[in-house]
Design a protein around this ligand. Structure first.
Ligand code: ZN
Ligand code: ZN
Ligand code: ZN
Length: 370
């Protein structure tokens, strides 16, 4: 699996005219070799020359965490008094005229020092090489996303069944419980757990706080985390369900019906060959027709994989056609400032046989007595 990814990376490097790829903290490294660099002052960096072996320069004290990948890279541990930047520069070579692609999340302190050591090199972002590859998931990655989605579904089902107490608790308390349930369902990390009650749900990325949930209001819950795979990389879940603590009024019920229809139509439209912007237009068109257009204030979705948000983005202006293996969210919303907000989100994989939805938790606006 990792050897295959490295082969594809080398092919993409050749096509982009990249001589050396340098990966440090961030999602590219775990995607490629199954190892996540610690975000520390000590440099961890994978050096991938166009020709020749890849080398992982890593602090000696972290070397025991690295799982050997024979034929993928060799390990070069350095001690506390060694200079890892000089080590990487040595592996890059003289550097004059070389094109170096460096991981987008690499700390500036290391990039600045490397640029000083390699004055003749040309620099570009590693995502020019890794982005298009990471956006198209292989079967292992789709399986990992499906497992993470199923785990998130179980948490959503618990919420919809009334197993998560809501009324009288704060958003922050419910957020903590959703996070704990994600971990109990097999995630190794919680990335976010938005719980937004009543008027707070009108802010799409609301930070759950001390607001106490009352009866008779919408509670928007949008949560996700990372689930490890045997290959070492973690893949993300991301789901939004809204519940109501008591029968909703007709205003909210009507809006939800329009939202549900738009979301399902956009999922159905997410077929191989359809452009990302066309999928966005389906959700936006239906909500506009229903009179909610100005209240749908964000894109329809984002790609998902080792990162919660990555390519491809389901947004106007993105004319990229979907290909088999693209994984992304479909999450339209309707927001009424000062009063309420609604969003419905599933993760979907574009497959030759049609859109493959990874989330199956009840799509209705469920009334919970909790
Ligand atoms: Zn978001
Ligand atoms: Zn979400
Ligand atoms: Zn999302």
């Amino acid at each position: 699996m990792h050897a295959d990814r490295l082969r594809r990376v080398r092919a993409a490097m050749a096509e982009a005219g990249v001589d050396v790829l340098l990966l440090s903290v961030g999602p590219d490294l775990p995607w490629l070799i199954g190892y996540e660099a610690m975000p520390l002052e000590r440099l961890t960096m994978l050096v991938v020359p166009a020709a020749g072996e890849a080398t992982l320069v890593v602090p000696r004290l972290e070397a025991p965490r690295v799982v050997d990948r024979p034929g993928v890279f060799t390990l070069d541990p350095f001690g506390e008094t060694d200079d890892p930047v000089a080590r990487v520069a040595g592996l890059v070579g003289p550097g004059a005229g070389a094109t170096v692609a460096v991981g987008d999340r690499t700390w500036a302190r290391f990039v600045v020092d490397l640029q000083h050591e390699l004055p003749g090199a040309r620099w570009q972002r590693a995502s020019t090489v890794t982005g298009p590859l990471r956006a198209v998931k292989d079967e292992h990655e789709v399986a990992a996303l499906r497992r993470a989605g199923a785990a998130a579904d179980r948490v959503a089902a618990a919420l919809q069944q009334g197993d998560v107490a809501l009324v009288g608790r704060t958003e922050a308390e419910v957020s903590a419980e959703l996070g704990a349930r994600l971990l109990a369902e097999g995630h190794h990390r919680v990335n976010f757990a938005i719980v937004a009650a009543g008027e707070n749900a009108a802010s799409p990325h609301h930070e759950p706080g001390p607001r106490v949930i009352r009866s008779g209001e919408v509670v928007l819950c949008d949560f996700g985390g990372t689930m490890l795979t045997e290959g070492g990389a973690g893949y993300c879940s991301d789901i939004t369900r809204c519940v109501v603590t008591g029968e909703p009024g007709s205003e909210v019920a009507d809006a939800y019906a329009a939202l549900h229809h738009a979301q399902q139509a956009a999922v159905a439209a997410a077929r191989v060959g359809t452009t990302c912007e066309a999928v966005d237009a389906v959700a936006r068109g239906l909500l506009t027709e229903a009179g909610y257009g100005p209240r749908f204030i964000h894109r329809t979705g984002h790609g998902i994989g080792v990162e919660e948000h990555e390519d491809p983005y389901v947004v106007a202006g993105n004319a990229e056609p979907l290909v088999a293996g693209h994984a992304f969210s479909i999450e339209p919303g309707i927001y009424t400032p000062g009063r309420w907000g609604l969003r419905l989100e599933d993760i979907v994989v574009a497959a030759e046989a049609g859109p493959d939805a990874l989330n199956h938790a009840d799509h209705a606006l469920v009334v919970v007595e909790a």
